[in-house]
Design a protein around this ligand. Structure first.
Ligand code: SAM
Ligand code: SF4
Length: 451
């Protein structure tokens, strides 16, 4: 394993989309064409499937210095009202465009920190979104809650609005690491929030944990997993710390790269965590995610209905995901579009009555084909690569996969199948299919390391 990690630990995309964002053909993108594809997708989504909504709530009260998300730090809560107004206006523009009553299968509130917003403002937002929409019986609504500021009232309000899933950002429970990343979060706060969620019948609680943080050692992982197991959340996302300071600016530069556990050391943290989670009955789903067998994510994995989009793995597949809010990405299946990344630009464009898209990509026939293949590898661990289906590109992909086969990461036949050992290297396996990556071979520093 040691040698394999050395060999395959290269910058690699996380494949929450194909093409990945740095390879979008932004010059060919046209917002009107994209919006037409949204309308097409609504028509093609049958009544059982509905659409997904991702709503980005960017504000946080203080900066965690490891954070790679799009956020705005402020203690001024006057920003809440105008932001909610803009989100509702943006949604109205979409519903007018769709021309029919939207059928909703999934809502996810992400951030930033959704629980920065008062329960009352969140209620106005969700009621406004649902007003005039139809919610599917199997719909799943979830939100990201910061344990330090998730109140019982937040959880109660959201439960009444149909939310049954909550994801808490935990990262690392040791005070020493929390100091380094500027995120002091007493364990009592986590316990309190989780207990409230259970009392209010939330069916799925997720913990976000991160390995590879600055100065993080095995003892920290042991403590973090040990505490996590005391509360036994249904899902755990165990993320590899992505050190991408060239994108996110100074926020991450409070520690240097020298303070980060590297390659083998980082991998050992992951393996320790995985081992403890497996021992405790968690099953690894795709990449980074663990779930208890009673959770819908595990069932989707078992039934081959797992899906992956910009939110990561999800149990409900929809053809259309509308992203609302600053920096959100929408996916019409035929195209991707991203909203303005600066809050001021976002607010200004919505105020002008524009859907605030600033860049995107329309998928070519080849993109659509490759997207399907990569999705199958990421979600099911296999995809067919018959000559009939692959045409000329088949031999090239086989050639690229050959070294991975020799290293025991995949089996090659009519299908490419990821082996147990290969699961660590899912990102590398997908890279063999990534025609745009191979054609342009850009500055690889735009991706974090694969392990
Ligand atoms: C928007 S935050 C979660 C919600 C809330 N803001 C909080 O911090 O509790 C989403 C998650 O992304 C993960 N994350 C953020 N920056 C990361 C990085 N640089 N590398 C890996 N994971 C990261 C963290 O696990 C974090 O909980
Ligand atoms: S980890 Fe969460 S709370 Fe911290 S800065 Fe990032 S989004 Fe905000």
């Amino acid at each position: 394993m040691k040698e394999l990690i050395k060999k395959y630990n290269v910058p690699a995309p996380r494949y929450t989309s194909y093409p990945t964002v740095p390879f979008w053909d932004v010059d060919q993108f046209n917002t009107d064409t994209y919006l037409q594809s949204v309308v097409r997708s609504v028509k093609e989504s049958n009544e059982q499937q509905g659409i997904s909504l991702y709503i980005h709530l960017p504000y946080c009260e203080s900066l965690c210095t490891f954070c790679g998300c799009n956020k705005r730090i402020t203690k001024n809560h006057d920003v809440e009202g105008p932001y909610i107004t803009a989100l509702l206006k943006e949604w109205k523009m979409y519903t007018e465009l769709m021309g029919e009553r939207p059928v909703i299968q999934e809502i996810h509130l992400g951030g930033g920190t959704p629980t920065f917003f008062s329960p009352e403002n969140i209620k106005n937002l969700i009621s406004g979104i649902l007003d005039g929409a139809r919610v599917l019986p199997q719909a799943e609504f979830g939100f990201e809650g910061h344990p330090n500021n998730t109140s019982r009232e937040h959880l109660e309000t959201l439960a009444k609005l149909g939310f049954s899933r909550v994801s808490f950002g935990i990262q690392d429970t040791s005070t020493a690491i929390q100091k380094v990343i500027n995120r002091l979060q007493p364990w009592e706060n986590v316990e309190r929030a989780v207990n409230w969620a259970r009392e209010l019948n939330y069916s799925s609680i997720n913990f976000d944990l991160v390995y590879g943080l600055p100065f993080q050692h095995k003892e920290n992982i042991e403590e973090t997993i040990g505490k996590t197991l005391e509360l036994r959340p249904e899902r755990i996302a165990f993320y590899s710390y992505a050190h991408v300071p060239w994108i996110k600016g100074l926020g991450q530069r409070k520690f240097t790269e020298a303070d980060l556990p590297k390659d083998q050391e980082k991998r050992a943290l992951y393996e320790l965590g995985c081992e403890k989670l497996r021992e405790a009955g968690y099953v690894e789903i795709g990449m980074d995610h663990f779930s208890l067998e009673e959770d819908s994510l595990f069932k989707a994995w078992r039934n081959n209905t797992l899906h992956r989009n910009f939110m990561g793995y999800t149990s409900g597949k929809t053809q259309l995901m509308v992203g609302l809010g600053v920096s959100s990405i929408s996916d019409s299946w035929y195209g991707f579009a991203q909203n303005e990344k600066k809050v001021e630009d976002y607010l200004e464009r919505v105020d002008r009555g524009e859907i605030p898209i600033f860049r995107g990509h329309i998928l070519t026939a080849e993109d659509l084909f490759i997207r399907k293949k990569i999705l199958e590898i990421m979600c099911f661990g296999e995809t067919s690569i018959t000559d009939k289906e692959m045409g000329e590109r088949g031999s090239t992909i086989r050639e690229r996969l050959l070294p991975l086969q020799q290293d025991g990461l995949v089996q090659l036949g009519e299908k490419v199948k990821v082996t147990e050992q290969g699961r660590t290297f899912l990102r590398n396996i997908c890279m063999a299919f990534d025609a745009r990556l191979w054609r342009t071979s850009p500055d690889q520093q735009m991706f974090s390391m694969s392990v």
